[in-house]
Design a binder for this molecule. Structure first.
Ligand SMILES: *[C@@H]1O[C@H](CO)[C@@H](O)[C@H](O)[C@H]1NC(C)=O
Ligand SMILES: *[C@@H]1O[C@H](CO)[C@@H](O)[C@H](O)[C@H]1NC(C)=O
Ligand SMILES: *[C@@H]1O[C@H](CO)[C@@H](O)[C@H](O)[C@H]1NC(C)=O
Length: 687
């Protein structure tokens, strides 16, 4: 066919889609997200009057969470649902519409009750385009008229260890997006008042994140939903606001007596403005159980919905709390006792309570988790594909064909397309790296992770092609003084690793074939911790994390040094108390990928399952310390990134051969602590 006979739009498409060589290399980075494969969340709802028929409101696909019923428009029924979905590798906001007209018009039963998969449709409200084409996390959406109010993380406040979360408003008819949070400030958990006029958030204000990973040290602020103006702090110490009416909201805080409890704050509005001096706060839920993430309803102010953790139960459940009778009514435990239920929300008619939990046939909530062993994650950088591997410490063989990873306890190898998964060692190990010259040789450190200098950890080399698992490895270090994070030199002769043998964790280099016995050199020396080292593919540099600027202070910066011990340079400063961990060189040695708390925490941790380091996100930086870029956006712990020597296209989703994970995860560990119930300590009801 002649080019000129093609319709014009096809020619344009052809020109746009032709893969011209990009100005830079095409690359692939893989990383892991802890716990993510266990999340198979859907949004469900229960009628408050007869909570026996649970209805699923999302489609049993992807990870769907943090729902909201917008105020009714044309029907008296809560027939719309807004929620966050993590599909096709990025966070998006969707609207589900429940069309009951074919079955239920005139019926007194609600659309939710009558809805079936075929009577619902889903509409994408927000994707990348509303955030100027930038990938970001989206969270806690709600509607104020035709404006969608939500959290996004697409703007870098430019300060290390500051959260990128801010509230935005996007007009659903105009497509215009505006930021409601002041520049440089992080806001969490926005809630729009019943009239839509006011938005409440949890925020650090000017003080910023101090490293908290349990309860965030946030205060509550209220501002005008229209333009963010009139911002006023109404409560010191609190999170997760929810409005009962224009001058009352509920929120949670961890009390002085140790219990997470729900509080109310009410205030006067004078001359159209909140009178901050009039705010009265009151503890609503009693000690004796944890109650958090409250949801209030303007239609019936006599109850709120909360998530609870009760002593004797390891599961998080949704309950109603009658604020007149001061009584709890359990909603979800009688229906699915052995499942976690998160982040309740109430329909505008107060007839339904929504929440998210694991989907699954069985109501035990254990169902099936994510099927993917390799999941494509949307990448901001042209030419870079980002792959989430469902295993820790992934690393690629030099030919790019195979991936090693660990899944405690055991070391595994698979083909780069996710096929051929095989256990290659039963050792309890962490970190993996491949020898550049000897085919099928993988280094790892065997022993417990996150341990002291004297812990028994040794470096082993594993021949992954040897079928006999009991004899396919060789221990290279002696003494077990926490010898870990091996990374071989590209000439195949040496391995750099960290060791606690001097009483401090420093870097050493040993013979790759015969280990310490073949030769051992000390690379760094000092009363601090040097760790997580990676040898550049051109052999010139070793990059590592170190707390040498403030030993024991908890702050890890990234440094690089020549293998002969010269040329020490700092690549990035983390900020006070900050972490830049697990650095890994790009194949051309010009960039380094790593995990960091540079972008703070992106959601109130209590609104998620447990994450040890909820701040973990993946970043790249040029090896000279310039050009920092954030690659991942979510509220989970992303870690242990690696660079593939070969490009793997961004369409590489690979399924686990035997079905993948179960939908099973742990609730926030600190909620397992039930303070002494007899404690009579008052919970400060600060103004
Ligand atoms: C996700 O990807 C599938 C397959 O490429 C596509 O059909 C679907 O429209 C995408 N969904 C969204 C929300 O982008
Ligand atoms: C409001 O909720 C309370 C507690 O669940 C219930 O007893 C009452 O009937 C409700 N009132 C209305 C008007 O729905
Ligand atoms: C150390 O190694 C670097 C990089 O290979 C090299 O440029 C430098 O000359 C070496 N210095 C010494 C003293 O050998």
């Amino acid at each position: 066919m002649e080019f000129s006979t093609l319709p014009l739009f096809l020619i344009i498409n052809f020109l746009l889609l032709t893969p011209f060589p990009l100005p830079h290399a095409v690359d692939t980075i893989s990383f892991t997200t802890l716990g993510r494969s266990s999340y198979a969340f859907d949004i469900f709802a229960l009628p408050t009057a007869s909570p026996s028929q649970e209805v699923r409101l999302t489609f049993g696909d992807s990870v769907n969470f943090n729902g909201h019923f917008p105020p009714p428009q044309s029907t008296p029924f809560p027939t719309h649902l807004i929620y966050v979905t993590e599909r096709n590798g990025s966070s998006q906001i969707f609207l589900n519409v429940f069309d009951y007209t074919t079955r239920g018009r005139g019926s007194s039963r609600s659309a939710l009750e009558l809805s079936t998969d075929s009577s619902r449709s889903e509409i994408r409200l927000i994707g990348e385009q509303e955030t100027n084409g930038r990938i970001s996390m989206k969270d806690r959406p709600s509607l104020a008229g035709a404006d969608l109010i939500y959290i996004s993380t697409h703007q870098d406040p430019g300060k290390p260890r500051s959260s990128w979360t801010a509230v935005y408003s996007t007009g659903l008819t105009t497509g215009l997006t505006r930021r409601l949070t002041p520049p440089g400030i992080a806001d969490y958990s926005p809630a729009v008042s019943p009239s839509g006029a006011l938005t409440a958030v949890a925020s650090y204000g000017e003080k910023g994140w101090s490293g908290d990973v349990e309860e965030l040290a946030t205060d509550l602020y209220v501002f005008s939903t229209r333009d963010g103006s009139g911002r006023v702090k109404i409560v010191e110490h609190g999170g997760w606001p929810s409005w009962a009416d224009e001058s009352t909201l509920y929120f949670h805080r961890r009390c002085g007596d140790g219990w997470w409890s729900v509080f109310s704050a009410s205030f006067d509005i004078v001359g159209g403005k909140i009178d901050a001096a009039s705010v009265v706060t009151r503890r609503v839920t009693p000690p004796g159980l944890h109650a958090f993430t409250p949801a209030a309803s303007a239609a019936n102010k006599s109850f709120i919905a909360v998530a609870t953790r009760r002593p004797g139960s390891e599961y998080r459940h949704i309950e109603l709390y009658d604020v007149v009778l001061n009584k709890f009514f359990e909603l979800t435990r009688p229906i699915s006792p052995s499942a976690h239920h998160l982040n309740p929300f109430i329909s505008p008619d107060s007839g339904w309570v929504g929440y998210h939990k694991c989907r699954g046939e069985a109501n035990d909530g254990v169902g099936k988790g994510n099927d993917l062993v390799i999941e494509n994650v949307r990448s901001q950088l042209p030419g870079l594909s980002l792959l989430r591997v469902d295993g820790s410490f992934p690393s690629y063989s030099p030919d790019g064909e195979r991936v090693a990873y660990v899944q405690f306890p055991g070391v595994y190898v698979m083909n780069r397309d996710g096929s051929g998964i095989r256990e290659v060692s039963k050792l309890y190990a962490f970190a993996t790296s491949w020898d550049w010259k000897r085919k099928g040789v993988v280094y790892t450190s065997a022993g417990p992770d996150f341990s002291s200098e004297s812990t028994k950890v040794d470096i082993v080399s594993i021949n992954v092609d040897d079928e006999d698992l009991s004899h396919n490895y060789k221990t290279l270090t002696k003494g077990g003084a926490n010898n870990a994070f091996p990374s071989p030199s590209p000439d195949g002769k040496w391995v750099v690793f960290r060791s606690g043998r001097s009483g401090h964790k420093n870097l050493y280099i040993m013979d790759a074939l015969n280990g310490e016995e073949g030769g051992l050199y000390r690379l760094t020396e000092g009363p601090w911790s040097d760790t997580m080292c990676n040898w550049s593919p051109d052999g010139e540099w070793i990059v590592f994390a170190s707390d040498r600027e403030n030993p024991g202070g908890g702050s890890f910066e990234m440094f690089k040094i020549h293998p002969n011990g010269t040329g020490l340079q700092k690549v990035i400063q983390s900020g006070t108390g900050g972490r830049t961990n697990h650095p890994w060189f790009s194949p051309d040695g010009k960039q380094i990928v790593f995990t960091s708390d540079y972008a703070g925490v992106s959601a109130e941790p209590i609104s998620n399952p447990h994450h040890y380091q909820p701040y973990g996100e993946i970043f790249v930086i040029n090896a000279d310390g310039s050009g920092l870029q954030r690659l991942t956006h979510n509220s989970f712990e992303d870690g242990t990134p690696t660079w593939s020597p070969k490009y793997i296209g961004p369409t590489t989703n690979a399924e686990w051969p035997y079905g993948g994970s179960k939908c099973q995860f742990e609730d926030c560990h600190w909620l397992n602590i039930f303070p002494n119930q007899a404690s009579k300590r008052q919970c400060a009801a600060a103004k």
